[in-house]
Design a protein around this ligand. Sequence first.
Ligand SMILES: Nc1ncnc2c1ncn2[C@@H]1O[C@H](COP(=O)(O)OP(=O)(O)OP(=O)(O)O)[C@@H](O)[C@H]1O
Length: 353
Amino acid sequence: MSPEGLEMDVVVDRGPFVLDVSVRIDAGEVVALLGPNGAGKSTLLGVLAGLIRPTAGRVALAGVTLDDVATGQHVPARGRRVGLVVQDYLLFGHMTVVENVAFGLRARGIPRRRARESAARTLERVGLGGLDGRKPRELSGGQAQRVALARALVVEPRLLLLDEPLAALDAGTRPAVRAELRRHLAGYSGCAIVVTHDPLEAMVLGDRLVVVEDGRVVQAGPPAEVARHPGTDYVARLVGLNLLQGTARGRTADVGAGTVIALAHEEHGPVHIAFSPSAVVLSPHRPDGSARNVWPGTVQDLETHGDLVRVTVSGALPVLADVTPLAIADLQLAPGMPVWASVKASEITAYPA
Ligand SMILES: Nc1ncnc2c1ncn2[C@@H]1O[C@H](COP(=O)(O)OP(=O)(O)OP(=O)(O)O)[C@@H](O)[C@H]1O
């Protein structure tokens, strides 16, 4: 645990619902917070932002105690070095972009001129230099998202909270804004938490996943590890995603290990490639059907989740496959058995890294 990091051990007791969590985040680390509706994600963010007071426990950020119920210590929201980006951005329609960004500084008593200068610098940093005088209604969804990010960053927070930051964007613009957000988060030196319902977003943005169910942390770890060993059925369904990195050249992508993947649409340059374990077909012999994406591996592990069995296939290109118990019996799949995995191009999502 770095001294600049976040330490949170809190209980929020709301009668029927109790949040009881311990979370540690290092400076520079991005945690993707996942969980079903009503699991307690917003409550957790509310405590960190200083909007909800815990019933018991302690929160410390960068060596500063923000909450300590035992001693009665509580730093109010305005006094915290915490930046918050909410789902619908909540930009003030009557203010310009630079005024929106400067607002948090003004609220903290920074004089107008200095606040505007800092705001303009932060807008430059998120690639929005030159848009200072625009009104929020004159921005695209992606630009509005960056203004919201600038508004959170302008107070130089040690903790950045992003509550479903891409939810307001349409499906077409989301991949590009997600890739951009990833770059901003990579360059951010504080702790960050991204709340999301989207497993792809969680895997792309998070260095680590923290999964909350019914007010408790049920699983935490690097995305690939959580996907390979889901602790609950919810996690298995949610993070069951194969994620590869590659270099695209039109309708194909080189993913290393001598394997080229056929894509459903054109991409160029570094890409993420994602497909669901349910899209993977396993066969004992090299299939000669229409699937062009075929590679060999070895069954490493079988784990039952609900009515499916998740098969971990190891090899030069490790992959997860969800198959029915009947298929397991038919194919007589067992650890150590060589298999061929195949995926149709139409089942693959590729997007810029
Ligand atoms: N102000 C409140 N007073 C009492 N209970 C509340 C309050 N706000 C939320 N709750 C309850 O606390 C629990 C956790 O809610 P929370 O909003 O933190 O979940 P969430 O994981 O953010 O859900 P979602 O994904 O739907 O936003 C729920 O059972 C909810 O009904």
